[in-house]
Design a protein around this ligand. Structure first.
Ligand SMILES: *[C@@H]1O[C@H](CO)[C@@H](O)[C@H](O)[C@H]1NC(C)=O
Ligand SMILES: *[C@@H]1O[C@H](CO)[C@@H](O)[C@H](O)[C@H]1NC(C)=O
Ligand SMILES: *[C@@H]1O[C@H](CO)[C@@H](O)[C@H](O)[C@H]1NC(C)=O
Length: 343
C-alpha cells in the first residue's frame, strides 16, 4: 500500500476499535441500569447504634440489629422532600413563630380543607405569628398526589416527603421533620404538632405559652407515664423488637408542643438512635436520649372531649377526633359572638 493509503487504513481500524469499545461499554451500562441493585445498596449505611438509656426508674435497651431486621427503611431511608417549602418560616416577620404542624395522609384533603377554614390559618395572635404546615408523605394514587400539589400551590403550607405514607412510616415523618426544622426553621419559638382530626384552640394555646415563663424548657402534652407495651392491635410491637413491658414517658401523638430551642438536641439524637416504629414513643426515646423532659397537662385532650360542650372546647388546647363538619361547627360556635375579632 502507498504510505497515504496505509495511514487511512490505520485510522479506520483505530476508529473501529474505539467504536466497538464504546458500544460494548454502553451496552454494559445499559445492562447495569436494567437490573436494579438490591435495596440494601441503595440505602446509606446506618450510623445508628444500640442504646442503653435510663430515666432513673427504668433502664431501656434498644438493640439496633432488631430494628434493622424489622424496619430497615425507618433506620436508613434518607429524608428527601418532593416539596420542601424551604421559605415557610421566613414569612413570620418580627413576632415569635408558633408553627402549627399537622401530620396528614394525602387522601385527607377534606380534613385539611376544614383545618384551613378554621384554626390552621396564618395570622398574628397574642404576640405570636401562627403558621400552619402539613406534613404529607407520598402514595401510589396519582389523583390524590395531584390534589396535594394543587393545595400546595394555593396555600404554600405543605411539605411532601418521597416515602410512602403508612402507620409505621410516621416515625420516618418525625425523624425527617426534625431535620427539616434544623435546616429551614431554626427561628420557630414553639411547634405545635398534631393529627389532622384535632381541633386546636389557638387562643388557649397561646395563653398557656404566655403564662409560663419557662415554657421553652419542656415538651408539653398529655404525658403517658411508663405506659404498658401493647402486644395486639394497631399499636403492638413484637417482643423480638422490644422485650420490655413499659415505655419511657412520651407525649401522646394526637397533639403536643415542642419548643424550637430544643429541636437541635432532638435532631442530634435522631441521627444515632434506633428508630422506633411508633412515632410518639420514638419521640419519647429521643427526649430521653437528649436529656430533656415533659410537662403534663390534660387540656391536651388526646382522647377527645370529656363532654361535647362549648366550655370544654373553650378551655382545651386541643381536642382529638373531630369530623371536618364538627370542626367547622365548633369553630363557629366558639367565635360567633365576636366573629370579626377572633376568627
Ligand atoms: C415506608 O416507606 C418506604 C419508602 O417509600 C416504603 O418502601 C415502605 O413500603 C413504606 N411502608 C412501610 C410500612 O414501611
Ligand atoms: C425557670 O427557669 C429559671 C432559669 O433556668 C430557673 O431558675 C427557675 O427555677 C425556673 N422556674 C421554674 C418554675 O421551673
Ligand atoms: C411519672 O410518674 C412518676 C411517679 O408517679 C412521677 O414522679 C413523674 O413526675 C411522672 N412523670 C411525668 C413526666 O409526668
Amino acid at each position: 500500500m502507498p504510505p497515504r493509503q496505509q495511514q487511512w487504513w490505520c485510522l479506520c481500524v483505530l476508529a473501529g476499535i474505539l467504536f466497538s469499545i464504546f458500544l460494548y461499554s454502553s451496552h454494559l451500562s445499559l445492562q447495569n441500569r436494567q437490573v436494579p441493585p438490591p435495596l440494601w445498596t441503595t440505602l446509606p449505611p446506618s450510623n445508628r447504634r444500640s442504646a442503653t438509656l435510663s430515666d432513673g426508674t427504668i433502664t431501656f435497651y434498644l438493640k439496633l440489629s432488631s430494628y434493622e431486621a424489622q424496619f430497615p427503611n425507618l433506620q436508613r431511608h434518607p429524608c428527601r422532600p418532593v416539596i420542601a417549602e424551604a421559605g415557610l418560616c421566613q414569612r413570620a416577620g418580627a413576632s415569635p413563630l408558633l408553627l402549627l404542624v399537622v401530620k396528614s395522609h394525602p387522601a385527607s384533603s377534606s380534613r385539611r380543607a376544614a383545618l384551613r377554614h378554621t384554626w390552621a390559618r396564618p395570622r398574628e395572635m397574642g404576640g405570636y405569628w401562627l403558621q400552619p404546615l402539613f406534613l404529607v408523605a407520598t402514595t401510589p394514587n396519582v389523583r390524590q398526589l395531584h390534589l396535594v400539589q394543587r393545595e400546595s400551590s394555593s396555600f404554600r403550607d405543605v411539605v411532601l416527603w418521597d416515602f410512602v405514607e403508612s402507620h409505621h412510616n410516621l416515625s420516618l415523618k418525625e425523624r425527617c421533620f426534625l431535620q427539616w426544622l434544623c435546616q429551614h426553621c431554626r427561628q420557630a419559638a414553639f411547634i405545635f404538632k398534631g393529627d389532622d382530626d384535632v381541633f386546636v384552640n389557638p387562643k388557649a394555646l397561646v395563653g398557656y405559652l404566655q403564662r409560663r415563663p419557662n415554657a421553652s424548657h419542656f415538651l408539653h402534652g398529655n404525658i403517658q407515664n411508663h405506659s404498658k407495651v401493647m402486644r395486639y392491635g394497631k399499636y403492638s410491637v413484637s417482643r423480638a423488637l422490644y422485650p420490655l413491658d413499659r415505655y419511657p414517658c412520651f407525649a401522646s401523638g394526637g397533639g403536643f408542643i415542642l419548643p424550637g430551642p430544643l429541636v437541635p438536641a432532638l435532631y442530634q439524637a435522631s441521627l444515632w438512635l434506633p428508630v422506633f416504629p411508633l412515632d410518639d414513643v420514638y419521640l419519647g426515646f429521643l427526649v430521653l436520649a437528649a436529656g430533656l423532659s415533659f410537662t403534663h397537662d390534660e387540656r391536651f385532650r388526646v382522647w377527645g372531649a370529656p363532654k361535647d360542650t362549648r366550655e370544654v372546647y373553650q378551655e382545651s388546647f386541643m381536642v382529638h377526633g373531630l369530623t371536618p363538619e364538627r370542626m367547622e361547627e365548633v369553630w363557629t360556635e366558639l367565635w360567633s359572638p365576636h366573629p370579626g375579632k377572633e376568627a
